[in-house]
Design a protein around this ligand. Sequence first.
Ligand code: DLL
Length: 431
Amino acid sequence: MQFWNKTAETLTRQQLEELQLERLKKVLKRVYQKVPHYKKKFQDSNINVSNIKSLDDIKKFPFTIKEDLFVDYPYGLLAVSLEKVLRLHTSSGTTGKPKAIFFSRRDINNSAELIARCLVMTGATKGDILQNSMTYGLFTGAFVMHYGAEKIGILVIPAGPGNTERQISLMKDFGTTMLHITPSYALYIASVLYDKGIDPKKELKLKRAYLGAEPFSEATRKKIENILGIDVYTCYGLTEMNGPGVGFECLYKDGLHIWEDNFLMEIINPVNGETVPEGEIGELVLTTLNREAMPLIRYRTRDLTRIISEPCKCGRTHRKIARIIGRSDDMFIVKGVNIFPQQIEHILMGIKGVAQNYQIVLEAYDEMIIKVEIDRELFDGKIEKLIRLKDEIIDKIRAATLVKPKVELLEPGTLPANEGKAKRVIDKRTI
Ligand code: DLL
């Protein structure tokens, strides 16, 4: 059966919740029987997996956190025998070993079907040409998207990231209609196109881009849409849950549908673990309802968002989440103020004259320095313009964050290019 049919996406809430409950009961029993780590955790919490009556009962279960993946590493959380595992993907943290996530044949197929569902939702069809500029390898980004697009019958160009000249000639030569790319690399490609005097609206056939793997702001979406003359859709996911395609925007672009037949979502207060009232911001917690090799129960993603309860105009019943504000561990504190890199990005990308790349450097004594590339023409003009731009950046950031930054205006190409996930914050206070 094709997964990306409208039936699965427009079940009534009641049908969807019945399906979720059926799958939840099954997965809880499976992990209890097959994964000693979960058996022990459930026993320690005095939970009887046969006693699940409603979706709300999930709240009785303990969370799974990143550290659980390292107990009995690497195969300890497998719910199938190793012979049933076909693929490994990993996700690297900042320190130590990577998180290892395994896929069975069914998981590979299912993750591809979910991506197919996402792409079709945005109007992609057979005949489209997808340039997949995410990293192929241990990272899930490229592979999962690749197989999903192929399911629809889309021609996939497995470009991988980097070599921007080649990216551009691939787009030109083969008439790429869709890009799958990180927001930072999309911004970078846009700046190179501009520098080369290539007008993407005239010389390329791009229609849409799927951006994900890192947070980005609405201002960045608008900027990329305007420069490239395309529609940009947000794709959210994490290796632990298949990779890309856990949540995806529909044509209305105002929130990401979470595929609730595959993932049970909760939003919790990251400090005390309590469920927050629907609509409030908190940490997204996901339970896999349909993963075979390595199901995860109440996995704490560390991603901050909120549930959008209003039904979507597109008619899909799977609830949406707002774009990810950031990770609870991305937040940095300057002069006692909590700041997410995206707040800064949103401000910068909304200012005329600011180009595509920036970095936030935190120095001793809580000095926040914003290094930002600006349009090349500004360096040939009057110095007053530069001063005005600098003041505008300082004022807007101070107004939004209450911290007055130092600002360095740079020529395009000065900062390191970001081909994969960007490193935006350099915290020298901890070096
Ligand atoms: O980044 C999977 C992915 C690939 C998603 C391609 C979308 C497109 P990981 O490397 O495990 O997997 O990183 C997962 O990246 O917990 C978020 O913090 C962040 N992230 C992913 N997509 C988004 C997004 C992939 N659209 C972590 N907005 C997640 C904000 C995102 N953050």
